[in-house]
Design a protein around this ligand. Structure first.
Ligand SMILES: Nc1ncnc2c1ncn2[C@@H]1O[C@H](COP(=O)(O)O)[C@@H](OP(=O)(O)O)[C@H]1O
Ligand SMILES: [Mg+2]
Length: 332
């Protein structure tokens, strides 16, 4: 059974990916002088969130949305407002006013929580990767009573086949609670079932982590990898594409150890974590607690994120425990 939410989420994410690619091709590549408040990523973020919001509204007029962006910067800058409005209209072939675009973006100010149904959008996750021409993702989740039940990731720059940089790029990952996980390549209508890797020997495993050392301690993950006898170098890529590559078996472990005090945003993990779970993997925080999406806009009950293929999960958690004990971090 395919839910209406799933088809709408796919439509919204594909259209948002289209605007992100347009922004990259015309602005990141083409623009040499960029005003600080009008960076391509800012323009892309707003246009992507507006497109997702407009698409959701078309099918679910009363939808609620937890989104990364709000329209404040557009209210303050006429030229930013004009550029975002122009981009949205040219991508959707519509004629929305600036006010309608800002209203669509501001649907994303919902606080989330533990009751009711709402969507969660990260319009461009991996903004740094986007600007580098590397990996980024449009990430849309759907939450029912504090639990993610649907996740769609749009990954325009991710190789479709394994990590083959020379082959076709651009794919969606789709996960729906109880129905498994799938990959759909851009331009195709076929949903290919995906599953986590069956590797059971941690020495043969590959792990992935943030490209940005500021987002996750590369030092701690290197120590953990050493304890697990992982010899292959880490796959360092931006965004929730990491969840996608765990879900389809290109890597077995995703480690995320942010600096002390950092609390993750729900939109950075909602869609991806469900896709890994539906592909047969396990996702939790560094203490082994499930990610708790019922706490509003932040994962305030969690610290760090670990995703594995499930089979080597306890080995990974044991290695994490011993490394953080060695480093005198209090484990719960
Ligand atoms: N100090 C920090 N520690 C952990 N994550 C951070 C961070 N600063 C920003 N982030 C989040 O990390 C996300 C990118 O994740 P990754 O490192 O896996 O690519 C960013 O999403 P955006 O790019 O949407 O802002 C941002 O929300
Ligand atoms: Mg993000």
């Amino acid at each position: 059974m395919v839910s209406k939410e799933r088809e709408v989420a796919i439509e919204a994410v594909l259209k948002a990916c289209k605007v992100c690619q347009k922004v990259f091709n015309t602005l990141v590549k083409g623009e040499t002088v960029i005003k600080a408040d009008e960076s391509p990523v800012t323009i892309g973020d707003f246009a992507s969130q507006a497109i997702v919001s407009i698409t959701l509204k078309k099918y679910f007029p009363d939808f609620k949305l937890v989104g990364e962006e709000n329209s404040q910067a557009l209210k303050e800058s006429e030229s930013l407002r004009k550029r975002v409005t122009g981009l949205v209209n040219s991508t959707l072939e519509t004629n929305y006013s600036e006010e309608e675009i800002m209203k669509a973006i501001d649907r994303g100010t919902f606080e989330g929580g533990s009751t009711g149904n709402f969507w969660v959008i990260d319009p461009i996750d991996g903004t740094k990767g986007f600007l580098r021409g590397g990996q980024y993702a449009v990430c849309l989740g759907y939450t029912v009573n504090g639990e993610v039940t649907l996740g769609v990731l749009g990954c325009p720059n991710l190789p479709c086949n394994d990590m083959d940089e020379d082959g076709p790029k651009g794919c969606l990952f789709i996960g729906e609670k109880g129905y498994g996980a799938f990959q759909r390549n851009f331009g195709s209508e076929e949903d290919i079932p995906i599953h986590v890797s069956s590797i059971d020997d941690s020495a043969k495993a590959k792990f992935c982590e943030s490209f940005e050392a500021g987002h996750s301690s590369h030092k701690d993950s290197a120590e953990i990898a050493k304890l697990l006898n992982i010899s292959l170098p880490p796959i360092r890529i931006d965004s929730q594409c990491k969840y996608g590559i765990i879900a389809r078996g290109n890597a077995q472990v995703y480690l995320r150890f942010p600096r002390e005090g950092y609390i993750e945003n729900t939109w950075d993990h909602a869609a991806g974590s469900l896709i890994v779970k539906e592909a047969g993997g396990i996702v939790c925080d560094m203490f082994g607690k499930p990610l708790d999406f019922s706490q509003g806009r932040k994962l305030s009950n969690n610290k760090g994120v670990i995703a594995t293929n499930g089979i080597i999960h306890s080995q990974v958690m044991n290695a994490i425990k011993s490394v953080f004990k060695l480093n005198n971090v209090l484990l719960g």
